[in-house]
Design a binder for this molecule. Structure first.
Ligand SMILES: [Zn+2]
Length: 92
């Protein structure tokens, strides 16, 4: 039986929920948007929309909800679509 690390298990069950999102920077001319979102577990992250591609990085206010590191990590990368889909651009 395969053994999983705790972080892997958390990543499998992690369900990000955006509770707050703010437009931080908006540049319609270059199609670049920068949104800061807060998740239900108080994780803050920055979503960058650059000409249709999205990337995410965690703000270092709180440890990562998945690996618990308080430095940069890539855990949220695979949730970028899920998190971004909860941000309604028209409302920002
Ligand atoms: Zn992490």
């Amino acid at each position: 039986m395969r053994k999983y690390k705790e972080a892997q298990v958390i990543q499998m069950i992690f369900k990000p929920q955006v509770v707050e999102a703010k437009m931080h920077e908006r540049n319609d001319a270059t199609n670049l948007y920068h949104v800061v979102a807060r998740l239900q577990d108080n994780t803050h992250c920055r979503i960058i929309y650059n000409n249709g591609t999205k990337s995410i990085s965690r703000l270092l206010k709180n440890p990562c909800p998945i690996c618990r590191k308080d430095t940069h990590c890539k855990c949220l990368d695979r949730f970028v679509e899920e998190i971004a889909s909860q941000v309604d651009f028209a409302q920002l």
